[in-house]
Design a binder for this molecule. Sequence first.
Ligand code: GLC
Length: 438
Amino acid sequence: MENQIVKERTERTKWYNDARFGMFIHWGLYAIPARGEWVRSNERMPKEEYDVFMDEFYAENYNPKEWAKLAKKAGMKYAVLTAKHHDGFCLYDSRYTDFKSTNAPCKRDLVREFLDAFREEGIKVGLYFSIIDWRREDYPHYGDMFHPMRDNEAYKGMEHDFDGYLTYMHNQVRELLTNYGHLDLMWFDFSYGPMNCEKWKASELIKMVREIQPHIIIDNRLEGSAENAGSIRTLNPTAYSGDFASPEQMIPPQGIRDAGGNPIPWEACITLNNHWGYHAHDKHYKSAKMIIHTLVECVSKNGNLILNVGPDATGRIPRESVEILTEVGEWMEENGRSIYGCGISEFPKPEWGRFTQNGNKLYAHVMEEQVGAICLPEMAGKADRLRLLKDKSEVKETHFWNLKEYQENAFFFFDSGASDCYPLPDERDTVVEILLKE
Ligand code: GLC
């Protein structure tokens, strides 16, 4: 008998499993030091040294309509913005703190503008919310695993009213869920060591979340993290185990299943360079081809890709990110049907690329040019017809003289008129739609 929590999760995540491709946006004061969103922790930076950045936060180039158009052009179906990261700075008009964008020189509710702009483009919207808050006096400092003051003796023995912190944290979640309209997703981040589950009063928190926005899907980090997915992978998930797992900066080799072998929703969260928050000198960007291959790999394993952009302090998405997403979008424009609503195939991974599948439509993602015809392993007689997805042109199965020994397989080629070598129509990933025989 299916577990009720699993049943509700399956229902809630239908749109999410079809969407497959989302935008993550990490933006905040940390874009000013521009050394990544963990700068306070990494550099043991005192609160006073960090707070001053708020006085420079003009966000003068912030235009979320442009962000939304870029996400749409890239083929992204949902987007998640950091409403508050571990530094505690709120990109929205929180009732519970003065450390917020409406008190910065920009004087704007950045979250509200983000939600309005992305909804206008028909993109589903989510908010990332840090359950950690390094700026709060009532959050553990000395001896914590990550707090910026974790090894500062001055904080040794300091008392922290952690219940007071939880009241603050739960109140902020409530105001986000109450004051900003229909949200499709909440991305909580993250649990670690003793800081997990009921330490956050997670049962109480998730009860409130489900009461205010019952449809909303949440990640698994009230309980887990990128290192440990938590009970979402068991047959007895907790109420706060989340609706999807959140592997980070890697693609799970076999996708993610629960202890019963049932696929569970998951999204790989990946950066375009090597930082979530803006880093002025990290120019090591992944190519559009690599992003396309990564997206296809996620879908071929029943997962999603949420791809991060880190806008600079003025609110501009880095030019490199715009260029990559624009090229990915051109490929998605022609091949999105092999991504949206697709998942793992009934056929094993071929040597030249990957399969994604949606019912009786199998998508062959040919990523490497082959010597001779392209082999569909042990698929002789299984294909009704083959079409190049981008233009629906016929792709011919072949029975070349040199293939006669291997008739258990099917073969096809891209007939460019040349003999013996068949360049890929799209060297990044050429997609062939194979209509399978019933
Ligand atoms: C990790 C990073 C955090 C980032 C998150 C995104 O938890 O530490 O900064 O926001 O991944 O998935």
